[in-house]
Design a protein around this ligand. Sequence first.
Ligand SMILES: [Ca+2]
Length: 137
Amino acid sequence: MRSNGLKGLMVDVRNALGMVLSPNYPEEYGNNMNCVWLIITETESRIHLIFNDFDVEPQFDYLTVKDDGMADSTVLGTFSGDDMPSQLASNGHVARLEFQSDHSTTGRGFNITYTSTFGIAVFQGLGLRYILSEVLS
Ligand SMILES: [Ca+2]
C-alpha cells in the first residue's frame, strides 16, 4: 500500500460486506479530522457504497469518494450537509473515501455499507487523523 501514501492501522476483514463509520459514530465526530478509508476488493469485482445515514456540517465538512486508491484519483462524489447520497459504485476494484472536518461545528457523521459485486471484499487502511497526520502533513 506504499503507493497510496497510507500507513498506520491496517484492517483486513474478509467479508463481502462491511461498514464504514465516521469516527465516534453515532456520536458526533471531532473537529479537524482527516480520515482515509481504502476499500479493496478482488480485481474483477466492483465496490458498491450504500449510505445509511449522513449528517455532516454543510459546506465545511465533507466526504469525498474516489474511484481508485490514490489521492488524485477521479472523484465519484463529494458530499456535505444532511442529504442522503445516492448509492455509488466504483469502476475498478478500489475505492477511497476521504473525510475532512474543519475547526468548528460537527455532526453525527455517516454510516455506509460497502459490498462487493462478487468475491471477497478486503477493507484495508483505516486511518484517523492522529495516524495519518504523519503522512499527510
Ligand atoms: Ca465542521
